[in-house]
Design a protein around this ligand. Sequence first.
Ligand code: SF4
Ligand code: SF4
Length: 334
Amino acid sequence: MPEKPKIGFYWCGSCGGCEESVVDLALDLLVVVDAVDIVFFPVGMDFKREDVEALPDGAMAACFINGCIRTSEQEEMSALLRQKSQNLIAYGACATSGGIPGLANQFTKEQILRFVYETSPSTHNEAGVRPQVASQDAGHALTIPALRDRVRALDQVVDVDYYLPGCPPTPELLKNAVLALLNGQLPEKGSVLAPDVALCDQCRRKDTKPTELKYTEFIRPHLVKADPNTCFLAQGIVCMGPSTRSGCGALCIEGNMPCSGCFGATSRVRDQGAKMLSTLAASVTADNRDDAERILAGIPDPVGTFYRYSLPHSLLRGSTANLPKSTRNGGSRP
Ligand code: SF4
Ligand code: SF4
């Protein structure tokens, strides 16, 4: 019997939702499991790092890595899995563009550690003890991974072949990616494995989207019961659909929640957040500065709104371009 293609799944700085989406394949999981040999999947099966190290280089047809890169261990595992895989696939928004953990790049590592271990309201730590990379306990040497200065996307650490966006990607996208891999139908290297059109193009509310936007106020979605058949932008609610890639099936829109942008930008948009920010800011109709500030106060967290999933990859900040070369390791995108 011919050997089945080997594939792996790994999580870095992850909430577990991407791993859950693999399980969400439901009955299709049996199809995938039947067609491939899963050789690494720490969440679901008892494999160790040594098992991966023992594989020949390029032994895996593909490895799907989810989660962002924040620690030395995540760097090491990404490099190891890169070495052992013919195709490395950034799986989910965190691996693709930094994701929600990337919002931490608004703060320095010192600010984060001080808050978490010393000043947060629920912390009692008079001695100011913080985790140490190396320590001793009862005569035993203990080590933990080092926390890096910034959150990075996978391709800011290792070379990535393909991107599967979403928070998390839909099971259908995963199934299609595995089938394309098995059938030798993967597109050119560097491709995002989701349609290259904006979500608005596939949204059933698109006919109610205003051709000209004019805002005298922005409304936060939890403060109103949105009309389920009208474009959110027409209701004064920020929806990232115009600057976000489709492929999710408009799940949030169908749940009467605006798009928050987890599929990232289309190939024609360099900076997802800047594109949406400039579109909306240009549509603010204010008589004076105070009026403009009142209107913009309706978006109290602009970074979390426009860069919720993409700050490490954005033009504004979060790029590794300003970091010393020793902390970078190639990558196909800046
Ligand atoms: S992309 Fe979303 S679901 Fe996946 S690890 Fe990141 S936060 Fe979790
Ligand atoms: S802005 Fe949002 S609600 Fe409006 S058409 Fe686009 S995706 Fe649909």
